[in-house]
Write a protein that binds this ligand. Structure first.
Ligand code: ATP
Length: 190
């Protein structure tokens, strides 16, 4: 069994995330794909994300009806800073023998050696990298293993969505309609 693990802040989830997931499913032939929102990213220490329940709600709406996709709230439930190694160990226990692919945008490749318990993480998962426009192709730093996917490169980011919301600009189709509605109705990111 091949499993895709897609961690991130998803603050909010956007079309770039959905295209990452679709490319990974198609190019890697994944059986299941898990979106795993972080409680607090170790790489964004100064940034307080939107409460987990709200990010989770937007993620669930964005993925509604997509049967290959699942949302895993374990990092939100653990709370504190979310470390990928803890989550990956959990998948290793729950799905013994499965091939685990951890999805990342190209912006993360060079920083992989800084991830907690890097050597153990590199042993447990293969990374699948999706190009982000403007990011040069970087070789995997040892001992990480991975492959680069062709993907559907799109330069949208959650920061851009938050800044558009602040500026009163339309969010669709950069986020699904249901997500845009939650942002609007709750006055998020103003
Ligand atoms: P922010 O702008 O707040 O930093 P983000 O858009 O990068 O957020 P995250 O939820 O932090 O979104 O990203 C989760 C993962 O998805 C990361 O590995 C990130 O590199 C990747 N990712 C996000 N957007 C894209 C995109 N447009 N193309 C490829 N990868 C992406």
């Amino acid at each position: 069994m091949k499993l895709g693990l897609f961690g991130g802040s998803f603050d909010p989830v956007h079309l770039g995330h959905l295209l990452v997931a679709q490319a990974a499913c198609e190019e890697l032939g994944l059986d299941r794909m898990f979106f795993i929102p972080a409680a607090q990213s170790p790489f964004k220490p100064g940034q307080q994300p939107m409460p987990g329940a709200m990010r989770l709600r937007m993620l669930r709406l964005a993925l509604a009806g997509k049967s290959a996709y699942e949302v895993d709230a374990q990092e939100l439930e653990r709370g504190g800073v979310s470390y990928t190694i803890d989550t990956v160990r959990d998948y290793g226990r729950r799905f013994a023998g499965a091939e685990l692919f951890y999805l990342i945008g190209a912006d993360h490749v060079a920083k992989l050696p800084q991830w907690r318990e890097a050597a153990e993480l590199a042993r447990l998962v293969e990374f699948a990298v999706i190009p982000r426009p403007g990011e040069a192709a970087v070789a995997f730093p040892a001992p990480f293993r991975g492959r680069r996917l062709a993907g559907f490169p799109l330069g949208v980011s959650s920061s851009e969505i938050r800044s558009r919301a602040r500026g009163g600009l339309p969010l669709e189709p950069l986020v699904p309609a249901a997500v845009a509605e939650v942002v609007r109705n709750n006055g998020l990111y103003l």
